[in-house]
Design a protein around this ligand. Sequence first.
Ligand code: ASP
Length: 323
Amino acid sequence: MTVSPPAGLEGRHLLGIEPLSVEEILRILDLAEEYVTLNRQAVKRTDTLAGLTQINMFFEASTRTQASFEIAGKRLGADVMNMAMQASSIRKGETLIDTATTLNAMHPDILVVRHPHSGAVNLLAQKVNCAVINAGDGRHEHPTQALLDALTIRREKGRLTRLTVAICGDIAHSRVARSNILLLGKLGNRIRLVGPRTLLPRGFAELGAEIHENMEEGLTGADVVMMLRLQKERMDGAFIPSVREYYHRWGLDAAKLAHAKPDAIVMHPGPMNRGVEIDGDLADDINRSVIREQVEMGVAVRMAVMDLLARRLRAGRAAGETG
Ligand code: ASP
């Protein structure tokens, strides 16, 4: 393939959507399309990352993101290692930076990092001389999630602009919401944030998003309905009246979805809580829900990102760049 690396990845890392240009985003998505095709074939292997070492460091629980990065790396031919962070020296009091510099001495090429603190991945990226991919840092950014969501939307809607996208639920604690607002905003979509006042940060209105406390109102005419999980692990107080009341007012069911466009798609980054933010039957309805497709697109997007970063890495090394 002859795609040259996008400029936002020129800094070697993918730390967020914020620094990416529209051209860079589209180039990642276009390359991901090629990986969607590869992933549907019987033999899914390439040697794009052959000889390179990828280490996954997840300091916070993950099911699909970690599995997705591991499968993506293996399909590209990398040597992939998953650090068992629960059993690591962090438990013995080692700092994040010491762990990173220790690993750096083993010459990895790509570090995939998830951390509960916003900004921790950016900090770590400054201390190592390999490519770093942010797999979610606190409530800050989750760039590959927004990219896989964008790919899913583009495939379903045939475009990624001039759409009305309702992002619903716990916006305040969600890195998924933040990265999606940034990405969809750059591409000229209308973004509505819908949820209880306690979970709607006012700052996002400055980014051009509309704020709605009422689901029926927020969903009216929407092309895309993106539900978010209640991030209880990031809540330090009572943000919702009760789970029952929350579901009644902000949980997505067929009656509320009827306010969106008849062909509106339903998304959720997972893990989802059935009967809390979404009705279980609706989540499984293949005519409305694209939740499984999101997971499929996740592998392809991560392959595209690692492919592009590896090209940049190799080009930099050939030019004699060091950390
Ligand atoms: N899996 C996503 C994340 O890591 C969403 C969630 O956990 O609710 O941010």
